[in-house]
Design a binder for this molecule. Structure first.
Ligand SMILES: [Zn+2]
Length: 454
């Protein structure tokens, strides 16, 4: 190889300077590029609880990333290394989880436990037990465990350390990349953008493994804050969303009272310009179907602005935080696929509306559940029809059949019986994304009259 002088090694790489805050284009000065690239993952710190070995590997990765400005190949090496640390983190977490003892369930024989002091011990036991078709005990479950990445991922999900349906699909993609890195079949080059994202994803995954969700995270987001909001609409189909404060603030009423508008009070993700959590479908809010992207909780209405203010001043509801991942939905298929429902709403339906086939699906967003059920009507699409993770999308099938059977599947998944919280929410049928469904809600007095007492 050519021996290069120190001055040349210290010089910024041309290609690295071409990446700027706006993507590829104008060249940055080396000083700017060095700062810009380090800022890409400056804020993704690991939780103090993460294993020391995993933390050290991650910090080394971040240190090396900064040198990408001098050597473009560093970005590819960083990405490859991040995927290996993915497996290291799972191993380290496994060792903490097992506390030195792993137990296998052997067919037609008593359970077998082993003491393990290193992950090499775990792999040896796993190999021996696989040959006897024994399964690893994870709480009340038992899983096939081969000790390598596939088994570790299954373990982390079964042990409840990783959550979210969309993140599961991302884990699947990471595992494929990881296998490619370990057994490369072709040359690949990563960009600073790709490498920075892989490092961020890795930080989220490590933090989640050790119990910390990521505020504003892409894979394992922390619960979202909801505030009290007022939705209103008029007969022309115009819709508005405003914070409850706008109604209760002093002398805000006189000039805004508008008989033409109907109002409902909800708990919802506040609309913040530029936020990735803005609900694009807030205006399609419906009390029967889950038509908004994030959980929007019906509190009162509909009624006039004055009635809404009176209710708010009397009840003083407060905001909360909500985890939108891993939700359980019921989807009714009767002539066509209807939008997803909350189990408690489905449990409150009158008998004549329980017709058709019902599907119980776990998904992060209602549209994921809907797309899965609609897709599963056509076998060629590859969507799962039996309980388990769907290979074609991020949904998990929990069960299907009659209204009763689907509710039982929901109860098993939730650990509580949705019938105990049954609420009948009268609203007419609507197509997914049809708007404005809320405008056809009955008046508040009728909603109260229709509520079912358990
Ligand atoms: Zn699917």
């Amino acid at each position: 190889m050519d021996i290069r002088p120190l001055a040349e090694l210290r010089a910024a790489a041309d290609l690295s300077l071409a990446f700027n805050p706006y993507g590829l284009g104008g060249r940055m000065r080396p000083e700017e590029a060095a700062e810009f690239q380090q800022r890409q993952n400056a804020d993704c710190d690991l939780t103090a609880g993460a294993a020391a070995g995993t933390r050290d590997s991650f910090e080394r990765l971040r240190t090396v990333f900064a040198y990408g400005v001098l050597c473009y190949d560093v970005y590819t090496i960083v990405s490859d290394q991040a995927l290996l640390i993915y497996e290291q983190a799972l191993r380290d977490r496994f060792m903490e989880w097992c506390g030195g003892t792993i137990t296998f369930r052997v067919p037609q024989a008593p359970d077998v436990s082993y003491s393990v002091t290193s992950y090499d011990d775990v792999k040896r036991c796993a190999n021996r037990m696989m040959r006897q078709r024994a399964k690893l005990a994870v709480g009340t479950h038992d899983i096939e465990f081969n000790g390598i990445l596939h088994g570790l991922r299954l373990w982390a999900r079964t042990a409840g350390l990783l959550r979210g349906r969309r993140s599961r699909a991302a884990e699947e993609a990471l595992a494929k990349l990881r296998n490619h890195v370990a057994h490369p079949s072709s040359h690949h080059v990563d960009t600073p953008v790709g490498a920075a994202r892989t490092v961020r994803d890795l930080a989220e995954l490590i933090n989640q493994l050790w119990g910390r969700a990521t505020p504003d995270g892409r894979l394992y987001p922390a619960p979202l804050h909801r505030e009290i909001a007022v939705l209103s609409w008029n007969s022309a189909g115009r819709t508005r969303m405003e914070p409850a404060d706008a109604l209760t603030a002093a002398d805000s009423m006189e000039d805004q009272e508008d008989d033409e508008y109907q109002h409902v009070v909800v708990r919802a993700i506040p609309f913040i310009p530029g936020s990735r959590w803005n609900d694009e479908h807030w205006a399609e809010f419906d009390t029967r179907y889950e038509t908004t992207q994030f959980p929007t909780e019906y509190l009162w209405g509909p009624g006039t602005r004055t009635e809404a203010r009176t209710w708010l001043e009397h009840e003083r509801p407060e905001g909360d935080s909500v985890d939108f991942t891993d939700r359980v939905f019921l989807v009714q298929e009767h002539e066509r696929v209807l939008p997803p429902m909350q189990p408690a709403v489905a449990a409150g339906l009158p008998d004549n509306e329980r017709v058709g086939i019902w599907h119980t699906v776990r998904a992060d967003l209602p549209e994921d559940a809907f797309v899965h059920v609609r897709g599963s009507r056509d076998r060629s699409t590859g969507h799962a029809r039996r309980p388990g993770d769907c290979p074609a999308c991020s949904a998990e099938v929990l069960g299907s059949g009659s209204h009763d059977e689907a509710l039982r599947a929901a109860a098993a998944a939730l650990g509580t019986d949705p019938s105990h919280a049954a609420t009948f929410r009268p609203a007419p049928f609507l197509h997914l994304l049809a708007r404005p469904a809320v405008s056809r809600l009955p008046h508040a007095s009728e909603v109260g009259a229709c509520a079912i007492e358990d």
